[in-house]
Design a protein around this ligand. Structure first.
Ligand SMILES: [Fe+2]
Ligand SMILES: [Fe+2]
Length: 364
């Protein structure tokens, strides 16, 4: 007889909070965990198709090295009815595992409303109901007693799927992030609608390369590099009049610069206004990704370079990529040097105040 935890939810997408909860519950009860993604999500507008949600759970399980302990069920996904009740799910799994000990993991908020669930008493007789506590969250003790619920010790991470869908944070595993990016899910569709296909591919490539470079240099919060990389060119296709209006309002001091440079400034405005990014490191990385500047953060150096050397740029940039992955400072100098040589060869005037300030800092 083994212990099996049923873990239902939207998983739209699965995140580290889900995985950490599954891990803690699994260890406490010496149990396997079955993730059961729901077909219908409350957030229909930016929800992912159920097959994508299933695939992401599979990838997350692999990243978490929990194959054989964690698994994903297509039970709810394959139901004909859009509405499904937990009692039906619970009965289905009891039939599948008649001799095993079943647990149902529910959310802290669900503890308090459990008496309203269809056939609540019957559910509690078929499975053992478990939940995690939350700081400053009053639990309905009557329900805990009535339905014989058990609290599992462990931290609940303050992570939610909405933030991931909206690019506010990306607290899920790397394979899930790759899947979201490669399949244009959630925030990617918002990025995509702002640019032509080539620029979209370039943005994906800058995001991924920036993240790799940040990780290999052990930069703190490397996902900031991914976010900045993905949206660094989000303003490059703004209508001319809108671009000019933003420049006049927010960056009149840089109106004298070549127009091609405007999008780094307007990009930082759009990232904040339309993508809700308020992190200064991310916004500054976008703000100087074309010209560079003095006093750039590690994320800033990475975005500047990844933009120039990402693999779809059409030249052999392997050495520069390796250089960036080995050392940010040296890599940045190498990329800057090759960039300046390119400008000189093509007679491009790069001597604006920002680039000059950066050159002074790095080539004293
Ligand atoms: Fe750009
Ligand atoms: Fe770019």
């Amino acid at each position: 007889m083994k212990n099996i935890i049923l873990f239902g939810g939207a998983f739209d997408p699965i995140h580290l909070g889900h995985l950490n909860m599954a891990e803690a519950a699994s260890k406490t009860l010496d149990a396997e965990v079955i993730f059961i993604p729901a077909k219908i999500s409350v957030w229909k507008s930016d929800s992912a198709p159920i097959n994508d949600k299933i695939r992401m759970i599979e990838l997350a399980i692999k990243d978490f090295h929990r194959e054989g302990v964690f698994s994903v069920s297509k039970y709810e996904a394959e139901l004909e009815n859009d509405i499904n009740y937990s009692i039906d799910t619970v009965k289905h799994f009891k039939k599948l595992y008649p001799n095993d000990n079943l647990f149902l993991l529910i959310g802290t908020d669900q503890v308090n409303s459990f008496h309203k669930w269809k056939s609540a008493k019957e559910i509690s007789e078929i499975v053992n109901i478990i939940f995690f506590g939350r700081d400053n969250y009053e639990i309905n003790k009557k329900n805990v007693v009535e339905y014989n619920m058990r609290k599992i010790d462990g931290e609940i991470n303050d992570i939610n799927s909405t933030d991931i869908r909206e690019l506010k944070n990306l607290e899920t595993t790397d394979s899930v992030l790759d899947y979201i990016i490669d399949n244009d899910l959630y925030f990617m569709s918002k990025i995509k609608e702002r640019m032509c296909e080539d620029r979209y591919l370039h943005s994906k490539s800058v995001g991924k390369l920036s993240y790799e470079i940040a990780k290999s240099n052990k930069v703190v919060e490397p996902k900031k590099a991914l976010i900045a990389g993905l949206i660094h060119d989000c303003a490059k296709e703004l209508p001319r009049n809108e671009e000019k209006a933003l420049m006049e309002e927010y960056f009149p001091q840089y109106l004298y610069l070549p127009r091609i440079i405007y999008h780094q400034f307007t990009g930082s405005i759009i990232a904040e206004r339309d993508f809700g990014i308020h992190d200064k490191t991310i916004l500054d990385a976008i703000k100087y990704h074309t010209t560079a500047n003095s006093g750039m953060s590690d994320i800033g150096l990475i975005i500047y370079c990844a933009d120039k050397i990402e693999p779809t740029r059409g030249f052999d940039s392997k050495n520069l990529i390796n250089s960036m992955k080995c050392s940010l400072k040296q890599g940045f100098k190498d990329v800057m040097k090759s960039n300046i040589e390119y400008y000189d060869r093509h007679g491009i005037n790069y001597r604006n105040e920002l680039t000059v300030a950066c050159l002074k800092q790095y080539y004293k």
